[in-house]
Design a protein around this ligand. Structure first.
Ligand code: FES
Length: 264
Protein backbone atom coordinates (compact mmCIF):
# COMPACT_ATOMS: atom_id res chain seq x y z
CA UNK A 1 0.00 0.00 0.00
CA UNK A 2 2.78 2.35 -0.80
CA UNK A 3 6.02 2.47 1.07
CA UNK A 4 5.36 2.57 4.80
CA UNK A 5 6.98 5.44 6.63
CA UNK A 6 8.98 4.21 9.58
CA UNK A 7 9.74 7.47 11.34
CA UNK A 8 9.47 11.09 10.50
CA UNK A 9 8.01 14.40 11.51
CA UNK A 10 4.21 14.44 11.66
CA UNK A 11 2.53 15.74 8.51
CA UNK A 12 -1.12 16.76 8.39
CA UNK A 13 -3.08 16.64 5.16
CA UNK A 14 -6.70 16.49 4.04
CA UNK A 15 -8.04 13.48 2.14
CA UNK A 16 -11.59 13.76 0.82
CA UNK A 17 -12.21 16.38 3.50
CA UNK A 18 -10.83 14.24 6.33
CA UNK A 19 -7.78 15.56 8.19
CA UNK A 20 -5.16 12.93 8.90
CA UNK A 21 -1.71 13.15 10.48
CA UNK A 22 0.96 10.65 9.45
CA UNK A 23 4.78 10.52 9.56
CA UNK A 24 6.68 12.33 6.82
CA UNK A 25 7.49 9.94 3.95
CA UNK A 26 4.19 8.07 4.18
CA UNK A 27 2.50 7.49 0.84
CA UNK A 28 -0.78 9.26 0.07
CA UNK A 29 -2.41 5.82 -0.32
CA UNK A 30 -1.38 4.74 3.15
CA UNK A 31 -2.44 8.08 4.62
CA UNK A 32 -5.81 7.63 2.93
CA UNK A 33 -6.17 4.21 4.53
CA UNK A 34 -5.33 5.80 7.90
CA UNK A 35 -8.19 8.21 7.25
CA UNK A 36 -10.52 5.32 6.42
CA UNK A 37 -10.47 6.02 2.67
CA UNK A 38 -9.73 3.00 0.47
CA UNK A 39 -8.14 3.90 -2.84
CA UNK A 40 -8.51 1.24 -5.59
CA UNK A 41 -5.24 -0.53 -6.29
CA UNK A 42 -3.79 -3.53 -8.07
CA UNK A 43 -0.01 -3.35 -7.98
CA UNK A 44 0.51 -2.10 -4.42
CA UNK A 45 0.59 -4.37 -1.37
CA UNK A 46 1.90 -4.05 2.16
CA UNK A 47 4.68 -6.54 1.59
CA UNK A 48 6.56 -5.07 -1.39
CA UNK A 49 7.88 -1.65 -2.31
CA UNK A 50 5.48 0.62 -4.20
CA UNK A 51 5.90 0.29 -7.94
CA UNK A 52 3.30 2.61 -9.49
CA UNK A 53 2.55 0.46 -12.51
CA UNK A 54 -1.20 -0.23 -12.55
CA UNK A 55 -2.31 3.46 -12.41
CA UNK A 56 -5.53 2.51 -10.67
CA UNK A 57 -4.73 4.47 -7.52
CA UNK A 58 -4.53 7.89 -9.18
CA UNK A 59 -5.74 10.91 -7.18
CA UNK A 60 -6.02 14.65 -7.61
CA UNK A 61 -3.89 16.90 -5.45
CA UNK A 62 -4.78 20.58 -5.18
CA UNK A 63 -2.18 22.79 -6.81
CA UNK A 64 -0.53 19.92 -8.70
CA UNK A 65 -0.92 19.06 -12.35
CA UNK A 66 -1.94 15.62 -13.49
CA UNK A 67 -3.17 12.68 -11.50
CA UNK A 68 -0.31 11.05 -9.59
CA UNK A 69 -0.35 7.49 -8.32
CA UNK A 70 -1.16 7.68 -4.61
CA UNK A 71 0.98 4.63 -3.81
CA UNK A 72 4.20 6.32 -4.92
CA UNK A 73 3.40 9.92 -3.92
CA UNK A 74 4.64 10.97 -0.48
CA UNK A 75 2.45 13.15 1.72
CA UNK A 76 3.20 16.82 2.29
CA UNK A 77 2.01 19.17 4.99
CA UNK A 78 -1.20 20.96 4.02
CA UNK A 79 -1.80 18.70 1.01
CA UNK A 80 -5.41 18.50 -0.15
CA UNK A 81 -6.16 15.19 -1.86
CA UNK A 82 -9.28 14.10 -3.71
CA UNK A 83 -9.63 10.38 -4.31
CA UNK A 84 -13.18 10.35 -5.70
CA UNK A 85 -13.39 13.26 -8.16
CA UNK A 86 -15.12 12.72 -11.51
CA UNK A 87 -11.76 12.98 -13.23
CA UNK A 88 -10.04 10.18 -11.28
CA UNK A 89 -13.13 7.96 -11.40
CA UNK A 90 -13.13 8.28 -15.18
CA UNK A 91 -9.42 7.50 -15.44
CA UNK A 92 -9.73 4.44 -13.18
CA UNK A 93 -12.66 3.13 -15.16
CA UNK A 94 -10.72 3.57 -18.41
CA UNK A 95 -7.69 1.77 -16.94
CA UNK A 96 -9.84 -1.13 -15.76
CA UNK A 97 -11.53 -1.29 -19.14
CA UNK A 98 -8.15 -1.76 -20.80
CA UNK A 99 -7.18 -4.48 -18.33
CA UNK A 100 -10.42 -6.38 -18.87
CA UNK A 101 -10.26 -5.97 -22.67
CA UNK A 102 -7.06 -7.99 -22.56
CA UNK A 103 -8.20 -10.67 -20.14
CA UNK A 104 -10.13 -13.93 -20.60
CA UNK A 105 -13.79 -13.49 -19.71
CA UNK A 106 -14.19 -16.84 -18.01
CA UNK A 107 -14.82 -15.62 -14.46
CA UNK A 108 -17.58 -18.15 -13.74
CA UNK A 109 -15.28 -21.09 -14.39
CA UNK A 110 -12.05 -19.46 -13.19
CA UNK A 111 -10.40 -20.91 -10.08
CA UNK A 112 -10.09 -17.41 -8.60
CA UNK A 113 -13.76 -16.49 -9.01
CA UNK A 114 -14.79 -14.67 -5.85
CA UNK A 115 -11.17 -14.30 -4.74
CA UNK A 116 -9.79 -12.13 -7.53
CA UNK A 117 -8.59 -8.56 -7.04
CA UNK A 118 -9.08 -7.76 -10.72
CA UNK A 119 -12.72 -8.78 -10.43
CA UNK A 120 -13.08 -6.79 -7.18
CA UNK A 121 -11.52 -3.68 -8.68
CA UNK A 122 -13.68 -3.87 -11.82
CA UNK A 123 -16.66 -3.74 -9.48
CA UNK A 124 -15.12 -1.05 -7.29
CA UNK A 125 -14.65 1.35 -10.22
CA UNK A 126 -18.12 0.57 -11.61
CA UNK A 127 -17.02 -1.10 -14.84
CA UNK A 128 -20.03 -2.61 -16.60
CA UNK A 129 -19.09 -2.49 -20.30
CA UNK A 130 -15.89 -2.93 -22.28
CA UNK A 131 -15.84 -0.98 -25.53
CA UNK A 132 -12.82 -2.74 -27.00
CA UNK A 133 -12.93 -5.96 -28.96
CA UNK A 134 -11.93 -9.13 -27.15
CA UNK A 135 -8.58 -10.60 -28.20
CA UNK A 136 -10.18 -13.83 -29.43
CA UNK A 137 -12.10 -11.77 -31.98
CA UNK A 138 -9.05 -10.10 -33.40
CA UNK A 139 -8.96 -7.13 -31.05
CA UNK A 140 -6.11 -6.19 -28.78
CA UNK A 141 -3.47 -8.87 -28.62
CA UNK A 142 -2.04 -9.53 -25.21
CA UNK A 143 0.53 -12.19 -24.53
CA UNK A 144 0.38 -13.63 -28.01
CA UNK A 145 3.28 -13.80 -30.39
CA UNK A 146 2.27 -16.50 -32.83
CA UNK A 147 2.29 -15.88 -36.60
CA UNK A 148 0.84 -18.19 -39.20
CA UNK A 149 2.83 -19.55 -42.15
CA UNK A 150 2.16 -16.45 -44.25
CA UNK A 151 3.58 -14.26 -41.51
CA UNK A 152 0.18 -12.85 -40.56
CA UNK A 153 -0.29 -12.17 -36.88
CA UNK A 154 -2.26 -14.98 -35.31
CA UNK A 155 -3.18 -13.87 -31.80
CA UNK A 156 -3.55 -16.60 -29.25
CA UNK A 157 -3.06 -17.00 -25.53
CA UNK A 158 0.33 -18.25 -24.51
CA UNK A 159 0.08 -21.77 -23.06
CA UNK A 160 -0.28 -22.49 -19.37
CA UNK A 161 2.82 -23.66 -17.51
CA UNK A 162 1.91 -26.62 -15.29
CA UNK A 163 5.48 -27.80 -14.77
CA UNK A 164 5.64 -26.86 -11.07
CA UNK A 165 4.02 -29.54 -8.90
CA UNK A 166 2.50 -26.99 -6.49
CA UNK A 167 1.15 -24.19 -8.63
CA UNK A 168 0.26 -23.35 -12.21
CA UNK A 169 1.10 -20.26 -14.24
CA UNK A 170 -1.47 -19.01 -16.75
CA UNK A 171 0.00 -16.05 -18.67
CA UNK A 172 -3.35 -15.20 -20.27
CA UNK A 173 -4.57 -13.95 -16.88
CA UNK A 174 -1.48 -11.90 -16.07
CA UNK A 175 -1.90 -8.13 -15.78
CA UNK A 176 1.88 -7.62 -15.42
CA UNK A 177 1.54 -5.84 -12.09
CA UNK A 178 4.91 -7.31 -11.13
CA UNK A 179 3.77 -8.25 -7.62
CA UNK A 180 5.09 -11.79 -8.13
CA UNK A 181 8.45 -10.56 -9.40
CA UNK A 182 8.81 -8.18 -6.46
CA UNK A 183 7.69 -10.80 -3.92
CA UNK A 184 10.25 -13.23 -5.35
CA UNK A 185 12.97 -10.58 -4.92
CA UNK A 186 11.95 -8.59 -1.87
CA UNK A 187 10.15 -11.18 0.27
CA UNK A 188 12.03 -14.31 -0.69
CA UNK A 189 15.33 -12.99 -2.10
CA UNK A 190 15.28 -15.59 -4.87
CA UNK A 191 15.29 -13.42 -8.03
CA UNK A 192 13.82 -16.24 -10.12
CA UNK A 193 11.26 -14.12 -11.99
CA UNK A 194 11.50 -11.25 -14.42
CA UNK A 195 9.31 -9.37 -16.89
CA UNK A 196 10.20 -10.02 -20.51
CA UNK A 197 8.91 -8.29 -23.64
CA UNK A 198 7.24 -4.91 -24.01
CA UNK A 199 3.71 -3.57 -24.28
CA UNK A 200 1.08 -6.21 -25.02
CA UNK A 201 3.84 -8.78 -25.42
CA UNK A 202 5.18 -8.30 -21.90
CA UNK A 203 4.87 -11.23 -19.54
CA UNK A 204 6.27 -12.71 -16.36
CA UNK A 205 9.04 -15.12 -17.13
CA UNK A 206 10.79 -17.63 -14.85
CA UNK A 207 14.37 -16.95 -15.93
CA UNK A 208 15.52 -17.07 -19.53
CA UNK A 209 13.02 -17.07 -22.40
CA UNK A 210 11.62 -20.54 -22.90
CA UNK A 211 12.28 -21.68 -19.31
CA UNK A 212 9.38 -23.17 -17.43
CA UNK A 213 8.96 -22.85 -13.67
CA UNK A 214 10.36 -26.29 -12.94
CA UNK A 215 13.58 -25.73 -14.85
CA UNK A 216 14.05 -22.19 -13.49
CA UNK A 217 15.65 -20.98 -10.24
CA UNK A 218 12.19 -21.00 -8.59
CA UNK A 219 12.33 -22.73 -5.18
CA UNK A 220 8.54 -23.26 -4.97
CA UNK A 221 8.27 -21.01 -1.89
CA UNK A 222 4.86 -19.76 -3.00
CA UNK A 223 5.58 -16.05 -2.36
CA UNK A 224 4.62 -15.26 -5.96
CA UNK A 225 1.38 -17.22 -5.67
CA UNK A 226 0.39 -15.31 -2.53
CA UNK A 227 1.22 -12.01 -4.22
CA UNK A 228 -0.76 -12.64 -7.43
CA UNK A 229 -3.99 -10.61 -7.60
CA UNK A 230 -5.55 -12.79 -10.33
CA UNK A 231 -5.59 -16.50 -11.23
CA UNK A 232 -2.29 -16.21 -13.08
CA UNK A 233 -0.33 -18.01 -10.37
CA UNK A 234 -2.54 -20.41 -8.50
CA UNK A 235 -2.06 -23.29 -6.11
CA UNK A 236 -3.02 -26.54 -7.74
CA UNK A 237 -4.97 -27.59 -4.66
CA UNK A 238 -7.15 -24.48 -5.07
CA UNK A 239 -7.71 -25.24 -8.73
CA UNK A 240 -8.73 -28.81 -7.92
CA UNK A 241 -10.72 -28.27 -4.72
CA UNK A 242 -11.91 -24.68 -4.93
CA UNK A 243 -11.21 -21.75 -2.63
CA UNK A 244 -10.86 -22.95 0.99
CA UNK A 245 -13.26 -21.63 3.61
CA UNK A 246 -10.33 -20.58 5.76
CA UNK A 247 -6.74 -19.87 4.81
CA UNK A 248 -3.57 -18.87 6.64
CA UNK A 249 -1.01 -16.59 5.03
CA UNK A 250 2.62 -17.52 5.56
CA UNK A 251 5.83 -16.56 3.80
CA UNK A 252 6.39 -20.06 2.45
CA UNK A 253 3.10 -21.51 1.31
CA UNK A 254 4.49 -25.02 1.00
CA UNK A 255 6.56 -25.09 4.19
CA UNK A 256 5.31 -27.47 6.86
CA UNK A 257 6.47 -25.19 9.68
CA UNK A 258 4.01 -22.34 9.09
CA UNK A 259 5.84 -19.63 11.02
CA UNK A 260 2.85 -17.32 10.41
CA UNK A 261 4.87 -14.39 9.13
CA UNK A 262 2.19 -12.28 7.49
CA UNK A 263 3.40 -11.51 3.97
CA UNK A 264 0.57 -9.17 3.04
FE1 FES B 1 -0.66 2.59 -7.28
FE2 FES B 1 -0.85 0.45 -8.82
S1 FES B 1 -1.59 0.74 -6.82
S2 FES B 1 -0.08 2.42 -9.34
Amino acid sequence: MGTPAKQGAPVTLSIDGIDVTVPEGTSVMRAAAEAGVQVPKLCATDSVEAFGSCRLCVVEIEGRRGTPASCTTPVADGMVVRTQSDKVRKIRKGVMELYISDHPLDCLTCGANGDCELQDMAGAVGLRDVRYEAPENGGLANHFTARDTSGEANPQWLPKDDSNPYFSYDPSKCIVCSRCVRACEEVQGTFALTIEGRGFGSRVSPGAAGDDFLSSDCVSCGACVQACPTATLQEKSVIEMGTPQRSVVTTCAYCGVGCSFKAE
